[in-house]
Every structure is written in C-alpha cells, then in structure tokens.
Write a protein that binds this ligand. Structure first.
Ligand code: NDP
Ligand SMILES: CC(C)=CCC[C@@H](C)[C@H]1CC[C@H]2C3=C(CC[C@]12C)[C@@]1(C)CCC(=O)C[C@@H]1CC3
Length: 340
C-alpha cells in the first residue's frame, strides 16, 4: 500500500477524496494539506494508479511531510467499490471526511442553437451559471448493466459510503460526507421512474440532482449516528471534464470573455483552486450547523475573491425518501448478483 503507515490513523483526521488525481479533487487535497499539513491522513481514491501516483508526488513536492496514501477504486464498478471499501475498513478505524467528488460527463454536446437563443433571452445569466438547456450527453452501459453516469457519479459513491458505515457512524464523534454536485442539477432532468436516466439525454444533470436528493435522505437516516451529508457546487471550472465540451483552442480564445462574465456571475470560478472553495469551507464547519436543504456554492468575485454561499435546493423530503428506497433495492440486487 503506497504511503500507508499503520498506527497513524489514531491521532490524525482521516480524509478520503474520490477523483483526487485531477481538477477540483486534486486542488482540494492541496488546500487541505496547506491548512493542516501535519494533522491529516489523506487518502486519494482514484481509478488509475499511475495518475494517482503522479498526483501524490505533486502533493508531496509542495508538502514533503504530508501523509498521503492511495486507494484504487473505479466508482462505476460494483466489485471495485466493494473491494476498495474492504481495504479502507482494514486500514482505518474511522473516517472523518469522505469527499464524494469523482464524476464524468461523457460525450458532451453543446446545443449551439439553444445557446444562441439563450444569449438573446432573459435566461442568459442562468444559462451561463448552470448550463441549463444547452448541454446533452451520450451515456454508456457498464459491465454491471448500469448507466455509466449514474454508476460513476452517484451509485458507486452511495455503495461506498454504505460499505463504510462502521467507520463513519460513531456516537462520540461526527463524520462528514461531502458531495461535489453542480448548478447543472435540475429537477426537470430527473425522473424517479428512470433514476438511471436510461431514456433521456441529460444523464449528468440527472445524476447531480439525484445526489442532492440522496444527501438529504442520508441526513434523515444517519444524523443520529453522527454522520452528516452536504452538497457543494464548485461553479464553472476549467478541468478535464469541461475541456471535453469544446475544442481546446476555443477555450483558450474564450478565456478573456470568461474573466469578463465573472464580473456579472460569480459562478465562473474557473480554476480548480477557486472551485474547491466550498469543499474546503465545509471542512472547517461544524457539520451540525449545516443546512441539509442547502447547496454550498463556491463563488469568485470579479476581483478574484473566493467565498462560499448556501442556496436552498429545489428538493423535497418525500422524493428523497423514495429515491433512497430505490437505491437500497438496487444495492441489494447488485450485491446478490455479485454474490456479496
Ligand atoms: N468542472 C466543472 O465546471 C464542474 C465540475 N463538477 C464536478 O466536480 C467533480 C470533479 O470534476 P472536475 O475536477 O471538474 O473534473 P476532472 O475530470 O478533472 O476530475 C474528475 C475526477 O473523477 C475521476 N473519475 C472519473 N470517473 C471515475 C471513476 N469511474 N472512478 C473513479 N474516479 C473517476 C477522474 O479520474 P481520471 O483522471 O482517471 O479520469 C478525476 O480524478 C465532478 O463530480 C464534476 O461533476 C461540478 C460542477 C462544475
Ligand atoms: C461564448 C461561448 C461559446 C461560451 C460557451 C459557454 C458554455 C460552453 C459554458 C457556459 C456555462 C458553462 C457551464 C458548464 C459547461 C460549459 C458551459 C455550458 C457546466 C454545465 C459544466 C458542468 C457542471 O457541472 C456545471 C457547469 C455550469 C456552467
């Protein structure tokens, strides 16, 4: 196990971040290490161990005394998630923070016609802040027979957290689940009868809306056991995920326009460091003080000042409960199928 030192977990805060080898996840790790360089046991959960090693080396270059371990996990694969959770249970006695950050947006398509229509309408600000109505994706099916976006962004994380219940639920200390959601999470893209989004063209938006609902349901279930769940939105950040949407030369050309747009909408955080603001902010908050109905947004002002702001989510308890029940049914189904 790379960088693993038994005994350390007793005195340090244990933080596990999924999708930690790039973008917002990697920036968060850097920020956490800058804040608490000695008091942290950081575990980078990544699907690709080579990329994980590169990330670990980069973090160690700027924080040479940091304790950083690696964990192989593909959130889209049931067997990988179960195996990773088993490994975590062997390594640690408790987990203080579990950042559920890994995410994909496969084959994104920008609807150019809808975009230009939006430019000359009253929806312009919300279009730039959320990407609503102008982005579609083509989803795939995993070897477990699940929709890939649903499996990667939501279900794999749900299963992982459930498998780690013994490390997360303690009466004498609290733990936090922190989901990287999105402003692109729209109720209109989500259908409880099709929670995997097999039929639609916005699986990304659907998976993020589902994470908002699930976070609420997890709070209902687990707060009494000391486990708290929150969702954040990093804003619009230039990462591998967004670079996929347009050709890279176009992004370079658009950059000055984006700096200008930031003056009007602080949601254009643009850099992974800025995007990680809300993730970092929640690390410092008492989980009991957080609002389970709020999404915590990373925002960056025109002058480049970072801050976090909570905004009420368009979710309700009844729907969150129904989704939770469906996820439990799917969980028992996939576990049976994998003879677990
Ligand atoms: N960029 C933005 O504007 C926004 C991003 N977000 C969310 O932020 C999160 C981080 O994305 P971002 O930093 O932007 O993009 P990146 O593509 O840089 O990071 C995504 C991370 O998730 C990992 N990942 C993807 N699929 C899997 C998988 N099956 N198993 C394990 N890890 C996986 C990637 O690993 P690998 O390197 O192997 O691909 C990578 O480390 C995502 O949940 C995204 O939806 C939300 C709102 C806006
Ligand atoms: C001038 C010009 C051609 C601009 C194009 C801009 C759009 C491609 C972006 C404007 C808002 C962006 C956005 C996202 C993707 C790219 C935009 C639509 C996200 C949907 C990416 C993933 C998320 O989770 C939320 C982002 C919201 C904003």
């Amino acid at each position: 196990v790379v960088g693993f030192q038994p005994g350390l977990t007793k005195m340090k805060l244990v933080v596990l971040v999924t999708g930690a080898n790039s973008g917002i996840g990697l920036a968060l790790c850097g920020r956490l290490l800058s804040e608490v360089p000695e008091g942290l046991q950081l575990c980078l959960a990544c699907r690709n161990m080579h990329r994980a090693e590169v990330a670990r080396s980069a973090l160690l270059t700027s924080h040479p005394t940091a304790h950083i371990t690696l964990l192989q996990m593909d959130t889209s694969s049931i067997s990988s998630v179960i195996k990773a959770a088993q490994e975590v249970r062997l390594r640690y006695e408790h987990l203080d923070y579990l950042y559920l950050n890994a995410g994909i947006m496969p084959n994104p398509q920008l609807d150019v016609k809808a975009f230009f229509k939006g430019l000359f309408s009253s929806r312009i600000i919300s279009m730039f802040a959320t990407g609503e109505g102008i982005l579609t994706q083509q989803d795939n099916v995993t070897s477990d027979g699940l929709q890939e976006v649903f499996a990667t962004n939501l279900f794999g994380h749900f299963l992982f957290a459930r498998e780690l219940e013994p490390l997360l639920c303690h009466t004498h200390r609290s733990s936090q689940l922190i989901w990287t959601s999105s402003s692109n999470a729209h109720r209109s893209a989500f259908d409880l009868e099709d929670m995997q989004h097999r039929r639609g063209t916005q699986p990304y938006s659907s998976s993020k809306y589902a994470s908002d609902l699930l976070s609420l349901a997890l709070n209902t279930r687990y707060n009494k056991q000391g486990l708290y769940s929150s969702v954040i939105c990093p804003g619009f950040v230039m990462t591998n995920l967004t670079y996929n949407i347009l050709p890279s030369f176009l992004w370079t050309l658009l950059m000055p326009i984006f700096w200008l747009i930031r003056v009007f909408t602080h949601t254009f955080t643009l850099t992974p460091y800025n995007g990680a603001e809300a993730l970092f902010c929640l690390f410092k908050q008492k989980p009991e003080s957080l609002d389970p109905y709020a999404k915590y947004h990373s925002l960056t002002s025109g002058l480049g000042k970072n801050y976090t702001e909570p905004k009420k989510m368009d979710i309700d308890l009844e729907m969150s409960e129904l989704l939770y029940k469906k996820l439990l049914i799917l969980e028992s189904h996939v576990k049976k199928k994998n003879s677990l």
